[in-house]
Design a protein around this ligand. Structure first.
Ligand SMILES: Nc1ncnc2c1ncn2[C@@H]1O[C@H](COP(=O)(O)OP(=O)(O)O)[C@@H](O)[C@H]1O
Ligand SMILES: [Mg+2]
Length: 377
């Protein structure tokens, strides 16, 4: 077993949806099926896996690793009470590292791929930051966690849409003849709601083989959806809505990995700072997570997909664009749901209020980022 583990990134459109809960317990579940698993805390904005694992302070972890030229990632792995599971914490040095350089990203990725384990679970930061997307693209079977609320579904949609567009743009760099077309799409990206099928049609007109390549890449990208903190069985339809618009507008098939109810036992486990998997392995919610792990482990199709490592770029200035990209991707999500008649009048009204609020917040964020960029120069 010399490296090349199966990487399972866990992402979400926004924080607070249970990404860390899922990452930790899914890791325990894989380990309980006797698969050697390493969980890595890659949430640069809010690393807290160590807290869930019962540590008061973060031991040396990812930040320390990134800052030490000769460090070996495996040396940071801490053992747990399950012999098949270890974890690498995020640490204090990691705070503020949300803009990794391309070299740092490549170092991380090579180190992750060299780890000796069957599965590597990555607890990623929330949202569509390039860092998050780049690490999400380490696998074709990344998990996305959302709650049943419409805003959470749309945040997840925005994250997936930004990922798919990033994937397409970087892959198409191989073909210089697509440059003009792809640039024109990128320029209009903010205003017009591009369907991925429109892009494929455009590529087909340039060269059918290029279109075939892009289509094959999209079909091998199969993110897995988890709806968490559901109140009632009908909340399942939220996930179906997301699956439907990602299929119709982004041309990707997303498997429903599972559906978890809001469960007091989860909150208790967080308060007691022990994973639910350890406190109560028979708990029904954890048992559902074990079924998810089983689905992952028994999947026969393992189209292990990695965005070409040469495509990892420096992205400091780019984060300014992405704040607006995120908003427009979400706005498009609303219109796409409405087109499919998947929105009620009430949902539409409350979504407009939400967008107005987020618009103001994003303007503030962009202003702050502009200041930072100016100060850096
Ligand atoms: N299924 C669930 N039932 C009840 N509470 C949950 C559930 N999943 C997560 N939570 C709670 O939601 C909060 C956020 O979870 P967390 O995993 O930290 O989210 P994230 O990593 O996405 O920010 C935690 O306090 C956790 O206890
Ligand atoms: Mg978290």
């Amino acid at each position: 077993m010399a490296g090349n583990p199966i990487i399972i990134p866990v992402a979400s459109g926004k924080g607070g949806v249970g990404k860390t809960f899922v990452s930790v317990n899914l890791s325990y579940a894989l380990a309980s099926l006797a698969h050697k698993t390493i969980l890595i805390d890659m949430d640069f904005g809010g690393a807290n896996v160590h807290t869930v694992m019962g540590y008061d302070h973060a031991p040396d972890g990812i930040g320390n690793f990134i800052n030490r030229p000769k460090a070996n990632l495996a040396d940071y792995a801490l053992s747990t009470n399950n012999p098949y599971l270890s974890f690498i914490p995020g640490d204090a040095e990691m705070v503020g590292m949300s803009n990794l350089t391309a070299a740092q990203k490549r170092k991380m990725i090579n180190a992750i791929r060299g780890l000796e384990a069957e599965y590597i679970v990555l607890d990623l930061g929330a949202g569509s930051a390039y860092n998050t997307i780049d690490f999400y693209m380490l696998s074709s079977i990344g998990v996305i966690v959302a709650t049943p609320e419409l805003t959470s579904i749309l945040n997840a949609y925005a994250m997936l849409k930004n990922s798919i567009f990033r994937l397409l743009f970087t892959e198409m760099k191989k073909y210089p003849q697509t440059k003009q077309f792809m640039t024109s799409i990128m320029k209009q990206g903010g205003e017009s709601a591009w369907k991925v099928s429109d892009i494929l049609n455009g590529l087909f007109r340039i060269d059918p083989d290029i279109e075939a390549d892009a289509a094959a890449m999209l079909s091998s990208f199969n993110p897995k959806l988890i709806i968490n903190m559901a109140y009632k069985p009908k909340d399942l339809t939220s996930g179906e809505k997301l699956r439907k618009i990602t299929k119709n507008y982004l041309n990707i098939e997303m498997e429903y990995l599972g559906f978890l109810y809001r469960d007091q036992a989860v909150e208790n486990s967080i308060a007691q700072r022990h994973p639910l998997a350890v406190l109560d392995p028979n708990n029904a919610t954890y048992q559902t997570v074990i079924r998810m792990a089983y689905k992952i482990a028994s999947a026969r199709k393992l189209p292990y997909f990695v965005l070409d490592i040469d495509n990892y770029e420096d992205s400091y200035e780019a984060i300014m664009d992405e704040a607006t990209d995120d908003l427009s991707a979400r706005q498009e999500g609303y219109s796409e749901l409405a087109n499919e008649e998947l929105l009620s009048v009430n949902e539409l009204l409350s979504s407009i209020k939400n967008l107005e609020y987020e618009n103001i917040e994003l303007r503030k964020k962009i202003a702050e980022l502009e200041k930072k960029v100016i100060m850096k120069r």
